[in-house]
Each structure stands twice: as C-alpha cells, then as structure tokens.
Design a protein around this ligand. Sequence first.
Ligand code: SAH
Length: 356
Amino acid sequence: MKEILQDASREELDALCAEMGEKKFRADQLYRGLMQGKKISEIPGLSKEFRARLAERFEDEPVRIREVFRSSDGTEKYLFELADGNLVEGVLMSYKYGKTQCVSTQVGCRMNCAFCASGLNGLVRNLTAGEILSQILVVNARAGGGVEKRAVTNVVLMGSGEPLDNYDNTVRFLKNVTAAGGICISARNISLSTCGLVPKMYDLAEEGVPVNLTVSLHSPTDEERERIMPVAKAYKIADILKACDHYFKKTGRRYIFEYSLIAGENADAAHAERLISILKGRPCHVNLIRLNEVKEKNLRGISEKDAYRFLGLLEKGGLSATLRRQIGADIGGACGQLRAGYIEKNAEGTGETCPE
Ligand code: SAH
C-alpha cells in the first residue's frame, strides 16, 4: 500500500508541499479538497505534474464506500473498502440536532469479547489516522456536507476495533479531526469507547483532546466480567474506575459505561444492586443496551420488559441511566459489534442495499 495523505496534519501537509516545491496556496487547495472528501485525482487546481507526484506516493482514495444499507428512519450503514481491499463498517444516525457517525479503528479486533462479532477472526490490522478520518470525510461528502457546513456533526469510535489498542493512530486522528481549519469536529462531540485499557486511559487524559470517554463495563464484578471480556483478566474494575475519575479530573467530562444486557450473565436484580454499589455518586452515566445477538455466539439477550425493569432498578438506586434501542436487525444484524447506543429510535428499515 502507498502512504495515506490524510494521515498528515495541516502543518505536515504544508511542509510536504513546500518540500515538493509547491506554493502555500497549493497546500491550501490540497487540504481543502481532502477535507471535502475528494480523491487526490479529483482535487481541482493542482498542476498535472504535482498530481502525478502525489499519485506516485499516496493512495488516491484510501477509503471507498462500497455498499450502503439504508433504513427507513434515515440510518445508514456503510461497508467501506480500504486501499488494500480490507473491509470495515460504519453507521450514520440522524437526530434532531445533527448526524452521528460511528467509525472503525481496526480491521478486526484482538479483544475477543464473548458477545462481539468484531473479534471473531482476531485482529487483521490497525487503521491509520487517515483511514479513520477518511471514513468521516467520504460520508460527510455523501451526505451533502462540506468543510464549513458539516453534515456529520458527532462521531463515536464504536465500530470495529479497540481504539486504545491502536493508540497512536487514534490520537493522531483525534487531533486531525478536531483541528481548526479542517473538518473541525469538536472534542465534546466525539465519544471514544474502550474495553478498559487502563494505562492508555491515563495517557488519553494528557493528549489535550477532551473527548467523551465511554467504557464497556458489561458486568459489575471482575470474575463475571472475565467470562465475557478476556481483557478483564488484565484490568480490574477498581482500576478502571480510578482511571475514569482521573479522566474526569483532567477533562471535566462525565464518563459513560456501556452495559449490554445478556440473559443469564449480567442482567439479574443482583447485578443491578452491585452496579449501584460500585457506581453510585460517581460523575457517570450508564447506557444499557439489549444484546444484539450474533449468530456465531451462544449468548442471548433479554426482553425489552426485563431491560426496562433493570433500568428501573438502576434509577431507583440513584444512577443516571438510559436504555438504548437496538439498530434494527435488518441493517445492523450483519454487524453485531456496532452498538446502537446512540440510536433513539428503532431502525425498522427495508434492508435495502444500494451498491454505490
Ligand atoms: N472496543 C471498543 C469499541 C467497539 S465496540 C469497546 O469495547 O468499547 C462498541 C460497543 O458495542 C462496546 O460497548 C461493545 O461491548 C458493544 N457491543 C459489541 N458487540 C455487541 C453486541 N453483539 N450487542 C451489544 N453490544 C455489543
């Protein structure tokens, strides 16, 4: 694979253009075109010679939308193709206030959570910062957005992969996506979800990109958590909570716990009680999700009624909590790992596939 030009920060792009003997306004044109989600070969105004030299060194189109699955409530799910042929997924969800895009940070994942489809075949490779960013650039363009007027307003790092297991590329992406003059999505409109890689959570607090920190908890005790999340053997809940509090102190951002309700594993009244005892009084919110059943896995979800009962127990115990609806099986079912945490309405779509 060639290099990914979208990995570069604005400053690096300026330096590169200078090195290649191009004037500053060419760098402006190039940067603007990239931020508009254009292929390098389609960016207007560049000389033939400059274009040819760029084409020699950089991928023309690092992320291509290969398929779009559309749901009746406006939710779209994308299959992205990377320059080396690898595939990742993403979702765009529409709200009153804007659109939230869910992006992937790795092809596959090595965390191997018992309920998740992403880890079924292990980690294939990390995405580069520019490949993470390009998922947003191409979707923003497709949705009619530009640089000044973005169509994509919010971002969640909840697609395939563990963002903190691809730390350097993820942080570079966060710096580039929030940079002034670019697509410039504010850190407070970005949520990073982690399975709880404690040392990296401390590192993230120092990066100067105060994104919302979301932790996949899924169980209130270490023993039970280890059964569904192998990573729990390495990092204990008490240490995760300490890291979250540190993050809160550093950034002032309240943190969120994700809790996917799984029958017979983590969804009894006793689990709710235990959750209340460990989380009460903390500056946090709990997002309950009904399990999105993955056919390769042997875990089952609970009924909506039981999920509301669980939610009621948490609220009665003084926790801030919500139950999020699932992405409709019609478009989300194939994916399993893409949680519907930010979907407010159930996406009961047509499952219509539109090859691009
Ligand atoms: N690796 C990161 C982010 C990717 S997964 C993390 O672990 O947080 C995004 C969220 O979806 C996580 O909370 C994950 O546990 C959850 N998830 C994965 N598969 C799921 C499924 N089948 N049903 C419900 N939630 C699931």
